[in-house]
Design a protein around this ligand. Structure first.
Ligand code: PEP
Ligand code: MG
Length: 571
């Protein structure tokens, strides 16, 4: 009998094939009743940690070009965890109290995974699976016996509770058609992997997924977030037709990804990438990015015990800028604080971190942090450097920030160095107040980039990380579109360009509306670039403008989506 399960769409496309259940191998360790010698146990742990580090280093070297940058970053984070002083202190204390190396390691890592699972942010919840993964690796290195993983020899749709990083490395991805998960979410490792590989995926299907027996025929619909079990003939034929159309569109988009972003009438639209590491920069260039519209720099500040020095930052910026070979790059100053705490900042906990001391608000409290970052950036002398400030709400803030930049330029020139020749200073528009007063800001910045993720959450008063209300924070809501229109109408007469760097920019449904509103640059995850370029080639400026005007008149985000479907040009 046919059955339909609903979940969260995490990667688009359609997969049709037999189901195959991924068993997560766990490592069994024996418990010893004989009193243990702490010194021997400490030495065993040390040896196991070293072996685990060697294994991870070998995987990283081997998979450098095969895995998406986010997967590599997770494996790198696992490497760091093996040296985490806090964790090691806990484990050695337990060993000294009489526990075996295996028990001490298992208990301490269980505690971290449990803490992460309990956090409200789904990003951190997803990291619990990463911790359990490194836990299992070390246990195996300590002599535990791992179950043999069994993989399919023919193409299958993968069903799993969740995916952990080490499985990513061993999974035969060429034989996997799509991924269906009991748990997981948009930022889970499986989601990141699926999107980077272009594999259709659905998460959050719940325990009902367990009712699917191996080899049962399933349709996995990554657009609608559904899994259809044992489909009837008509459903199967319809899914096959949609799958064929999807494959054809993907092929066409990939073939033309390197061409410049433009509309059907030749109007140029700059298509840029959002990146957060050197590996991302590589992926961006490969995917056809014409620049970087958002370099998130938080990765430099999190997971460490001291803030990054000028030299350390300078080296990383240089590495990234070299890979970008002269393309324009918008670097956003740190957006830490609030829900992304850094232990060395000793920030008091806040009841509403998204409304708290975040980004430039933290910079104003601790200016040395910002000065160090500005010094490192300016020192690169990168010709097409643009510096952008997040979370700007008031004109006074932007005046203060410009003074910090002027002072940093003065420090640089006093050392006989010259600032980047094409330097531009801009701001993110992600707070409604900034959007509404854009004409005043246009007098003091060179450009705007609209952060629709935050702009939507602040406009609709819906926490983007709270699954219970996150759907309300839909950036296609006409209220958000009207704010975007207002920014463009204030920026263009003043000669300022406007980009969008929130997730909306990489949504093929939204891209023609944004362009129709007059947006000059769209910045998105590298993997989204080919599809957005392909969709924009179907629209003329006139048609996109007409669509945008209609969209502004709608009453809901759903109505806007339907409108795009209805007005889509047929070519
Ligand atoms: C945004 O808010 O849209 C944005 C791009 O910034 P972040 O997602 O890093 O908050
Ligand atoms: Mg933001």
């Amino acid at each position: 009998m046919s059955q339909r399960l609903s979940g969260i769409p995490i990667s688009p496309g359609i997969a049709i094939g037999p189901a195959w259940w991924l068993q997560t191998p766990t490592v069994a360790t024996r418990h010893s009743d004989v009193p243990l010698n702490p010194e021997t146990e400490r030495a065993r742990l040390e040896a196991a940690r070293e072996q685990a580090k060697r294994e991870l280093a070998a995987i990283l070297a081997d998979q450098q070009h095969a895995l998406p940058p986010e997967s590599l970053a997770i494996l790198e984070a696992q490497q760091l965890m093996l040296d985490d002083p806090d964790l090691l202190q806990h484990v050695t204390a337990a060993i000294d109290a009489g526990q075996s190396a295996s028990d001490a390691w298992r208990n301490a890592t269980d505690a971290i995974a449990a803490q992460l699972s309990a956090l409200p942010d789904p990003y951190f919840q997803a990291r619990a699976a990463d911790v359990r993964d490194i836990q299992q690796r070390v246990l195996r290195c300590l002599g535990g016996v791992a179950e043999e993983a069994v993989y399919p020899t023919t193409p299958h749709v993968l069903l799993a509770d969740d995916l952990v990083p080490s499985q990513t490395v061993t999974l035969p991805l060429d034989r996997i058609l799509g991924i269906a998960l009991v748990g997981g979410g948009l930022t889970s490792h499986a989601a990141i992997l699926a999107r980077a590989r272009g594999l259709p995926a659905v998460a959050g299907l719940g325990r009902a997924l367990h009712t699917i027996a191996p080899e049962t025929l399933v349709i996995l619909d990554g657009d609608r977030g559904e899994v259809i079990v044992n489909p009837d003939e008509a459903t199967l034929v319809e899914a096959q037709a949609r799958q064929a159309a999807w494959h054809a569109a993907q092929k066409a988009a990939a073939a033309t990804a390197a061409e410049p972003g433009q509309l059907a009438d030749g109007t140029r639209i700059e298509i840029a990438a959002n990146i957060g590491s050197a590996a991302d920069a590589r992926a961006a260039v490969q995917a056809g990015a014409e620049g970087v519209g958002l370099l998130r720099t938080e990765f430099l500040y999190l997971d460490r015990v001291t803030p990054p020095s000028t030299e350390e930052q300078f080296a990383i910026y240089q590495e990234i800028f070299t890979l970008l070979e002269g393309r324009p790059v918008v670097v956003r100053t740190f957006d830490i604080g609030g829900d992304k705490p850094a232990p060395y900042l000793s920030l008091p906990p806040e009841a509403n971190p998204f409304l708290g001391v975040r980004a430039i608000r933290l910079a104003r409290q601790q200016p040395a942090l910002l000065d160090t970052q500005l010094d490192a950036l300016l020192r690169t002398g990168y010709p097409a450097l643009r510096i952008m400030f997040p979370m700007v709400a008031t004109i006074a803030e932007i005046h203060w920030l410009r003074e910090r930049v002027d002072a940093a330029i003065a420090r640089l020139t006093s050392q006989g160095l010259t600032p980047p020749p094409g330097l531009q200073i801009g701001m993110m528009v992600e707070i409604p107040a900034a959007a509404l007063l854009a004409e005043h800001f246009a007098a003091v910045v060179d450009f705007f980039s609209i952060g629709t993720n935050d702009l939507a959450q602040y406009t609709l008063a819906a926490d983007r990380t709270n699954p219970a209300v996150a759907a309300l924070a839909d950036a296609l809501h006409p209220a958000v579109l009207r704010l975007i229109q207002h920014v463009v109408s204030a920026a263009h007469p003043a000669g300022r360009w406007v980009g969008v760097c929130g997730e909306l920019a990489g949504d093929p449904v939204a891209a023609p509306i944004l362009v129709g509103l007059g947006i000059d640059e769209l910045s998105m995850a590298p993997a989204a670039i080919p599809a957005v370029k392909a969709v924009l080639r179907q629209w003329t400026r006139d048609a996109a403008e007409h669509l945008a005007q209609e969209a502004l008149r709608q009453e809901s985000a759903e109505a806007v989506r339907q409108l795009v479907q209805a007005m889509m040009p047929h070519r």
